[in-house]
Design a protein around this ligand. Sequence first.
Ligand code: ADP
Ligand code: MG
Length: 201
Amino acid sequence: MATKLIAKGAEAEVYKTSAFGTDAILKDRKPKAYRIRELDEGIRSARTRSEAKATSIADSIGVRVPNILFVKRYQLFITYIEGSQMSALMQQGRRISKGLLMQVGKYLGMLHNAGIAHGDFTPANILIDSKGEPWVIDFGLSSISDSIEEKALDLLLMKRSIDRASYAYFIEGYSSKAHACKIVLTRLSEIEKRGRYNERS
Ligand SMILES: Nc1ncnc2c1ncn2[C@@H]1O[C@H](COP(=O)(O)OP(=O)(O)O)[C@@H](O)[C@H]1O
Ligand SMILES: [Mg+2]
């Protein structure tokens, strides 16, 4: 099968390809000329490894994620998920059900319980398959962290990306799973207050 470029982000080029006889995604972190070479290689390989690691941990705790097929220094091969980005469905005006939004919230709660902050938890990084099930992708900016701040930032990013009613369902799911949900939600309000203060100053 031919390899086809499907996305070119700030961080990586994403191709649809095949590996081990199945459809696969190749995430290739290209060099950044503006970085010192040693530093650039360190960042690219660290992000490749941490994306593989966080994805595997997510899988082991029951969050629906693609499988890691293999990892090279700057390249990740993962199983291809047939589906649409939640963000694309929203842009098309498609209704996202309460159950789906709650499930996405539950997944984030489970990740946080396992000490993973996703780092880019937006509807662009949730794929919805033909059965309407959500898959979490793109752990490239994730960290293994118990930082309340980073967890609150995961919530903030989602809050800014979806409407109020959808966010309420998302938080209902999140709160049903995340052990530290109260502390994280309190921090989120603090960050939002800080933001308002900063905007005024
Ligand atoms: N496993 C996958 N299966 C199907 N599509 C994928 C998969 N991983 C990524 N994609 C598609 O490629 C896009 C970019 O991949 P992503 O991992 O989000 O990288 P980035 O946002 O850093 O460019 C995704 O938004 C999605 O549309
Ligand atoms: Mg992405």
